[in-house]
Design a protein around this ligand. Sequence first.
Ligand code: NAP
Length: 267
Amino acid sequence: MKNKTAFGHTAFITGASAGIGEAVAYSLAAEKANLILIARRLDRLKVIKAKCLKLGAKSVEIFKLDIQSSKDVQAFAKKNQKTLSSISILINNAGLAKGVELFQDANTDDWDQMMDTNVKGLLYLTRALIPAIIKNEGHIVNLGSVAGRLVYEGGAVYCATKFAVRAISDGLRMDLKGTRARVTNIEPGMVETEFSKVRLGNQQKADAVYNDMMPLKAPDIAETILWCLQRPSHVNIQELVIYPTDQASVGQVVRGEKSVKNKKSKN
Ligand code: NAP
């Protein structure tokens, strides 16, 4: 990014129909960026577009796109070549976990969807947009996870996809050296979004994940991403790990009386 704020920049956000992607859209809208938002649920994107325009986005374009399909991503990039050539911020956020079964009990369709979205989709999209990122000396922000640093039971494949995001982020930064383009990997712990509902299949199970503790919220991550984007052009934040205070590590969660949610602050 040639200037320090998102003002006037064109940001492409994948998975902007919910959770972290939606929150990033709002934070960049407030910075008067031009936005290009993609997801599979166009009805949701329409509502989010209206909110972004109200918040101050200079322009908002929305597209229905499933990043799992290499053919669809390529066709999309070809059809919208002119619009996409202005991109200087790419937020590779679309992603998901499916299931928590042990490896030996897991459904291989879930594995395909996680690999095809979190790894291959991110690759297809980045390959299609990277000429613009290089031309505009832009910034790629990938949504990794603490699951890209630590493996947990029932999470072998989701963790593998996020380890891959970490490797791809590092490799990209090396391959882009000398172009002035930047690459940042954001690695959150528990963030309360639709993530657990998608993973576990219903709202009741998802609510239990965040029961009696204080998870991160999507705007916490959006704020962090905005901070990374706003560093001066000679500063590249390689990666940032963000836990809620109630989560000391993967699987190390404080609930009940000692939770930030229930404890009266001393400050
Ligand atoms: P979320 O609320 O479920 O949002 C996921 C977004 O990804 C949705 O907008 C969804 O939109 C989009 N998406 C999924 N598959 C897609 C596909 N094939 N093509 C295009 N878009 C697709 O989850 P979130 O928590 O915001 O997750 C965002 C990212 O953060 C993910 O990469 C996730 O792995 C990562 N993350 C989340 C957490 C957490 O605790 N929540 C922690 C660490 C990292 P459509 O369904 O409309 O396509």
